[in-house]
Design a binder for this molecule. Structure first.
Ligand code: CU
Length: 167
């Protein structure tokens, strides 16, 4: 169901139940998420670049990444509006809470993927084709969050960023 329909139904439901429409249409902070890559034909996909969270890599060398239009947002409902701006590569974004910027994510070396089952997985926009967009709404508490792409190798090639949620 698309978000407009969802909001309309939520508002109608709230009115029938006697709540104010304001409560139903609780404010959502919008964060624009750009999933990007540079010339993928020059990227060696045979071995990971070891550019994950907490690895202190030079992120300016990352051949792909996730860029947010804001690094901080207030706690509450947050909608990530995600666009895959790659010309040729599928990307996705997963939202996880993390304890610190030095944290090392659980990793499945054989699969070259973050172990989603053992992290705190709050939601995702999975597998967007090049040029495709999607959205995810979550309610976030104050703290640190990691946004990453879990297409094999992409996380270790630098496809992640962090978000701070304030009180
Ligand atoms: Cu990716």
């Amino acid at each position: 169901m698309n978000i407009v329909k969802t909001l309309t139904l939520a508002a109608a439901g709230a009115l029938m139940l006697g709540f104010s429409a304001n409560a139903a249409l609780a404010k959502t902070a919008i964060i624009h998420v750009n999933l990007w890559d540079k010339n993928m034909s020059s990227v060696d996909m045979s071995k990971p670049m070891m550019m994950g969270l907490g690895m202190k890599a030079d992120m300016s060398k990352a051949p792909m990444g996730i860029t947010l239009d804001k690094a901080k947002v207030k706690a509450g409902r947050v909608t990530f509006e995600v666009v895959n701006t790659s010309k040729d590569t599928v990307h996705e974004v997963i939202v996880s809470s993390i304890a610190s910027l030095d944290e090392t994510m659980p990793y499945l070396t054989a699969d070259n993927q973050v172990d989603e089952e053992h992290g705190s997985h709050l939601g995702e926009v999975s597998e967007l084709e090049p040029g495709q967009s999607g959205a995810l709404t979550v309610t976030l508490k104050p703290g640190l969050y990691l946004l990453y792409c879990n297409i094999p190798m992409h996380y270790m090639d630098g496809m992640w960023t962090t978000l701070e949620v304030t009180k």
